[in-house]
Design a protein around this ligand. Structure first.
Ligand SMILES: NC(=O)c1ccc[n+]([C@@H]2O[C@H](COP(=O)([O-])OP(=O)(O)OC[C@H]3O[C@@H](n4cnc5c(N)ncnc54)[C@H](O)[C@@H]3O)[C@@H](O)[C@H]2O)c1
Length: 269
């Protein structure tokens, strides 16, 4: 997600710093962005100047001390402590006006904000996968978020060519709350032997969904999607209708995380 968000920001003309602790992931991100830009150029969706400017706009780094910015968009592992830990480290080198936006899919933004010195500067900025393609951005405002921060992030999303929707900080926000059933009911059908993975996907795609639930879980990443299911289920006091799936847990335990590991519900080259 970080790579896609960096691409969108840089293509929109913002000076962008992409930071990752993992040098291999940074290299993969750079190659991926170069490939995407070449595809956009070939399809005449961007010009050569935009392609070059975009690449010039991004600095790839694994040095935290390089990460000084007006707005920081965090897209690391889906763990609250990791997110607050990173924001607290960044707060030591950034100004008191810096905005801390999290791309979390399901962690309460209020909980992240409470772990920081400037909770009024914390907001959710939830992009969808793939970030360069999907238009929606959920802007998640907590009780403490400063209105100027909501406005700045909303304007940033618009400048990035996205469609921002301001949401309250509730479990799963809007999309991930509604979409839980798309995944969970699909897995129940398969667990109960009532339909195959391929059939469910084919049927849902034929009704107009861009991706069937299993193909979509493979794109999102099984660990991320299963993590979201658990967080939403626990935050809503564990209702039976939202109980996470055993089938998906088995995939996570087996390391079959989807496209990123080459195998999930389907296999990838
Ligand atoms: N996958 C999706 O479809 C999707 C969609 C919307 C939001 N999100 C959210 O985006 C975030 C990232 O998800 P992802 O699917 O891109 O995960 P991912 O596992 O593909 O990537 C996470 C990246 O963060 C890096 N990282 C881990 N800890 C770090 C740290 N302390 N500092 C810097 N980098 C660190 C890892 O090296 C890795 O490159 C999560 O919060 C997730 O909920 C994911």
């Amino acid at each position: 997600m970080g790579s896609g968000i960096a691409q969108v920001a840089a293509l929109a003309g913002f000076k962008t710093i992409q930071f990752d602790v993992n040098a291999d992931m940074l290299a993969k991100s750079k190659t991926g962005i170069e490939k995407n830009l070449q595809w956009l150029l070939d399809k005449q969706k961007i010009g050569i100047e935009q392609q070059l400017q975009c690449l010039q706009n991004i600095q790839f780094t694994n040095r935290l001390e390089d990460c000084k910015a007006d707005i920081i968009i965090e897209a690391i592992v889906e763990k609250k402590e990791a997110k607050t830990g990173l924001f607290n480290q960044l707060a030591l080198i950034n100004s008191s006006n810096t905005i801390y936006a999290t791309n979390t899919s399901s962690i309460a933004v209020t909980g992240i904000a409470n772990g920081l010195q400037h909770p009024q500067q914390v907001i959710g900025m939830h992009f969808f996968n793939p970030a360069p393609v999907m238009k929606l951005v959920e802007v998640i405002k907590t009780e403490q978020t400063d209105n100027a921060v909501v406005e700045a992030v909303t304007q940033l999303a618009i400048a990035m060519g996205k469609t921002p929707v301001v949401c309250k900080d509730a479990p799963g926000f809007i999309v991930n709350r509604v979409a839980r059933h798309y995944y969970l009911e699909a897995m129940k059908l398969v667990e109960e032997g009532l339909a195959t993975i391929e059939t469910v996907d084919a049927v849902m795609e034929s009704t107009g969904f861009k991706m069937g639930p299993f193909r979509l879980m493979d794109l999102i990443g099984m660990d991320i999607n299963f993590g979201v299911s658990n967080i939403v289920w626990e935050a809503l006091a564990k209702p039976e209708r939202l109980r996470p799936s055993i089938l998906q847990k088995q995939k996570v335990d087996a390391g079959e995380l989807g496209r990123k590991t080459g195998k999930g519900f389907y296999e990838y080259q």
